[in-house]
Design a protein around this ligand. Structure first.
Ligand code: SAH
Length: 261
């Protein structure tokens, strides 16, 4: 089935850590390399957002270790997750750190990569489909289209424990679409700041909850009605919010776009 010209998949040496993205949900959106890694790992340290059916792909005897961060619930400290990765690698295990989406997009992947580097542990990064681009695509929202935009902003809505939040009025002035990760806790404040920055209330928007899962929901909205629409439809986490002209383009595709489920 796989032709000889296909590149050889790398061996997973004991004592290495692979930081892999699992994509936004559905196991079929895994990369070939991520699937390969899951089949070889001794330990899989996984996020709350990783689909159970993906973990079921592990080899017999693999140890599954939950390390997810999830808004509202007690979650392990990043330091402790780093420690687990380092300890397990030092025990000569093949350690797979499996994260939702892409490990280097709002996923603390860099923190882990730098901790591993300081500890002298070899690691590999396996990118994944990030929710803000794959979840939007599945909903029929292109990240770019020639008629609407030449850039797209990926922004974290949730204020990280350290560091501040984005400069929303500056982003409003860019006039480029904004894809918000972790949008729900600060949505009202973000909308107000974008409006104060000059973004019109009738700017198209969309809410996408649980993209690429059986619970996927897409709600068409506008900047001015986002907060009310989110409440009315009971949109919770995990969700992506898209604000900008691209959000309206999906409405033109609905006659032919085959749904994900
Ligand atoms: N590394 C991940 C993002 C982690 S931050 C990635 O690249 O996708 C967690 C946030 O990602 C969630 O709050 C939500 O905004 C978004 N997210 C992840 N999976 C999602 C999904 N299936 N549907 C909608 N949003 C998702």
């Amino acid at each position: 089935m796989i032709p000889k010209s296909f590149p050889k998949l790398p061996d997973f040496p004991p004592g290495e850590v692979w930081l892999a993205g699992a994509g936004p949900g559905d196991p079929r959106l895994l990369t070939v390399l991520a699937l390969h890694a899951i089949g070889q790992a001794d330990d899989i340290v996984y996020d709350a957002l990783v689909d159970r059916r993906i973990l079921d792909l592990c080899r017999d005897g693999a140890e599954l270790i939950a390390a997810g961060k999830r808004g509202g619930r007690p979650s392990p400290h990043q330091r402790d997750i780093n420690e687990v990765l380092i300890e397990r690698a030092r025990m000569a295990r093949r350690v797979l750190r499996l994260k939702g989406g892409d490990p280097f997009v709002f996923g603390r992947g860099w923190d882990e990569a730098s901790a591993l580097t300081r500890a002298g542990i070899r690691f590999r990064v396996i990118p994944g489909l990030t929710a803000g681009l794959a979840g939007t695509a599945l909903a029929g929202i292109p990240a770019t289209s020639r008629d609407t935009n030449h850039a797209v902003v990926l922004a974290a809505g949730h204020r990280a424990e350290e560091g501040g939040s984005a400069d929303w009025s500056a982003l409003a002035k860019l006039g480029q679409p904004i894809v918000l990760y972790m949008p729900m806790s600060q949505l009202a404040e973000i909308v107000t700041s974008l409006q104060q920055g000059g973004l019109a209330s009738d700017t198209p928007a969309a809410l996408i909850q649980s993209a690429a899962t059986d619970e996927e929901r897409v709600v068409d909205s506008t900047l001015g009605t986002l907060v009310a629409d989110a409440a009315r439809h009971g949109i919770g986490s995990p969700s992506i919010v898209v604000i900008g002209a691209i959000a309206a383009l999906r409405r033109e595709l609905l006659g032919s776009l085959v749904g994900w489920r």
